[in-house]
Design a protein around this ligand. Structure first.
Ligand code: MN
Ligand code: MN
Length: 272
């Protein structure tokens, strides 16, 4: 039986509009253990009693010369133990250095990204590592075989061009139905940007984009996921915009449900 590790990546230096997501890993853990809710998933698994689920803490950037190289190295160390990794961000920029390590351990591989934005900019404000760019970098580097995006509702001409160039499969939010995901024949890395949800459900993010998923829709998607989830991240919680913990609770709940799916995978009980 394998392990699932939870790792915090408190990093938001590549956020374009406002900082804050560096505070998110601590905030998600705080609400998860605050006593207002229990640690059971909806299907009844007590995550507080899983010997193969480990919180390995946060990455420290105190002495890092190159933060992205450091993220890749730490993720690689965790994956080398045989564990699968659920990361708590941080902004979405961290998914590129994470995938540099994940791609060394899992191929073929598909990313399913839930996000209001495609994050396919070639550069933003002169920064090619911006949180608006990670999926352009991932596709350029050939780190995955397939990228499927959903929740997207902000495509502009440049990003449409980039999507066509990289062969990204986008199910735009306006076209979403419960059976909209295509068949997936590889393991999946799930990248969950909380702004994929509607700001009514998840207001504590930097970029409010109306017209997104309900919390229930994302829970249903995770619980009925059509492939094995071998890695995941939950990114873009901005605690500075979340005074009543509302979005942190959404992040914690979605992380719990993702962790359960990943545990089923390492236990050989995946349904996908
Ligand atoms: Mn994003
Ligand atoms: Mn986004």
């Amino acid at each position: 039986m394998g392990d699932v590790a939870i790792l915090g990546v408190p990093h938001d230096k590549n956020s374009s509009f406002m900082r804050g997501p560096a505070q998110a890993p601590a905030e998600i853990r705080r609400v998860m253990h605050a006593g207002s809710a229990n640690l059971c998933t909806e299907r009844g698994r007590d995550l507080g009693a899983q010997p193969n689920l480990h919180d390995v803490g946060d990455i420290s950037f105190a002495n890092s010369a190159d933060d992205f190289a450091h993220i890749t190295a730490v993720v690689d160390e965790v994956l080398k133990t045989g564990a699968r990794l659920l990361t708590l961000g941080g902004d979405h920029a961290i998914t590129f250095p994470i995938m540099r390590a994940v791609a060394q351990h899992f191929r073929p591989l598909t990313i399913v990204q839930i996000d209001a934005h495609p994050d396919l900019y070639d550069e933003l404000d002169g920064n090619r590592l911006s949180h608006a760019c990670p999926f352009a970098r991932i596709m350029e580097a050939g780190l995955v075989d397939r990228l499927i995006q959903t929740g997207v509702r902000t495509l502009n001409p440049h990003q449409r061009e980039q999507a066509a160039r990289f062969g990204v499969e986008i199910i735009e939010m306006k076209d979403w139905t419960a059976d909209a995901l295509p068949a997936i024949n590889t393991p999946v890395y799930l990248s969950l940007d909380l702004d994929g949800l509607d700001p009514a459900f998840a207001p504590g993010v930097s970029h409010h984009e109306p017209g997104g998923f309900t919390t229930r829709q994302v829970l249903d998607l995770i619980q009925n996921f059509p492939a094995q989830i071998i890695g995941a991240d939950v990114v873009e919680l901005n605690p500075t915009r979340d005074p009543i913990w509302m979005t942190a609770m959404v992040a914690a709940k979605l992380a719990k449900e993702i962790a359960e799916k990943m545990l089923e995978g390492v236990e050989g009980r995946e349904t996908g």
